[in-house]
Design a protein around this ligand. Structure first.
Ligand code: FVT
Ligand code: MG
Length: 330
């Protein structure tokens, strides 16, 4: 049987039947706000390639966290933007107990204990060369020495009260090594969000401006550790390994150009699967909106809904606060 007995448009005719057949609903509780933290007091620095996004000192960050709580956003992902003065070859500032991330975590947890905190675990904000790891004389990012550094960084964050440590570096074996170290130190509740399928994407450009690693990185790419954008089967192998090593949740990153990967990961493993709408995605949407070429609210909510349709359980986005507000208005 087919047309005219079957008319697909019948169910689309009215708002009530469209609502009843809607398969996915975006909620503020699906969102994770992303924030950049800087030193100092009362500081808010705009990120030029991400209009509307600011780097915040810890006191200002408390305000942003309060907005998340009020809007029903469950968690905040923190990225440090430390000054050039604390960057080094060995990235040792990353595990300073009084470093930026650790102080931010303590302040946020004291004020908003119910707000989940996700700490970035990667060395790029802290290295003078802008790579996510420690390099040898040829510039190659060394796996095991980097993992040793990431363990120290994750432990420092856990000690400060971070809820999720989130290794975003793509070294081999770091999830298992961090899990063992957390267990041995008694941090049995600290969750690991593994950036499992993180691609060597050009959509990270504005983020590197925001954390101040772009200039340091220069022309050096990250192709020896992040994934080739052409691959998808490889993503399943990466995710499988991170699950076996003890990840509590896995990530696909970037977001919109990788919906196929997201769907395959969710179908293959049924894990809590997060996706990251990265800085370049934000910049594209914002630029078009500012030019009057796209309806910002409509396209942002569309992209976020598409992540849910493709299998995401949670979405990291610079638009989380705006989107949660727009969902309230809707
Ligand atoms: N570890 C974070 C990134 O590599 C980039 C994120 C973004 O572009 O938003
Ligand atoms: Mg891996």
């Amino acid at each position: 049987m087919s047309f005219p007995a079957i008319r697909m448009r019948r169910m689309r005719r009215d708002a009530f039947s469209r609502a009843l057949m809607r398969e996915h609903t975006l909620l503020p509780s699906d969102l994770v706000m992303v924030a950049f933290v800087i030193d100092g007091e009362g500081r808010r620095e705009p990120v030029p390639s991400m209009p509307g996004v600011e780097r915040l000192s810890i006191d200002a960050l408390l305000g942003l966290a309060g907005e998340c709580v009020a809007l029903g956003i469950p968690a905040l992902a923190l990225f440090p933007a430390p000054g050039q003065a604390v960057k080094s070859e060995d990235a040792c500032e990353a595990w300073n107990p009084d470093g930026l991330m650790q102080r931010a975590t303590r302040a946020l947890k004291a004020r908003y204990p119910q707000l989940g905190l996700i700490g970035d675990v990667a060395l790029d904000p802290y290295t003078t060369h802008g790579q996510d790891g420690l390099i040898d004389a040829s510039g190659y990012v060394m796996n095991e020495p980097t993992v040793e550094a990431l363990i120290k960084m994750a432990l420092a964050q856990a000690e400060a009260g971070m809820d999720f440590v989130a290794p975003s570096d793509m070294m081999d074996g770091r999830i298992g090594a961090i899990r063992d170290a957390l267990e041995a130190a008694g941090y049995i509740h600290t969750r690991i969000l593994a950036y499992s399928a993180k691609y060597a994407s050009s959509f990270y450009g504005p983020f590197r401006d925001a954390v101040g690693s772009a200039g340091n990185l220069g022309k050096g790419g990250k192709h020896t550790y992040q994934m080739d954008v052409a691959n998808a089967d490889e993503a399943l192998r990466e995710v499988e390994l991170d699950i076996a090593e003890g990840a509590d949740a896995v990530m696909v990153k970037p977001g919109l150009p990788y919906l196929d990967v997201l769907r395959r990961v969710k179908d293959a493993f049924g894990m809590p699967t997060f996706v990251y709408q990265v800085s370049g995605e934000y910049a594209m949407l914002k630029a078009a909106a500012q030019n009057g070429w796209l309806d910002e609210k409509a396209v942002v909510l569309e992209t976020l809904t598409c992540f849910k349709r493709a299998g995401a359980d949670a979405i990291l986005t610079y638009y989380a606060i705006d989107a949660a507000r727009w969902l309230r208005e809707a």
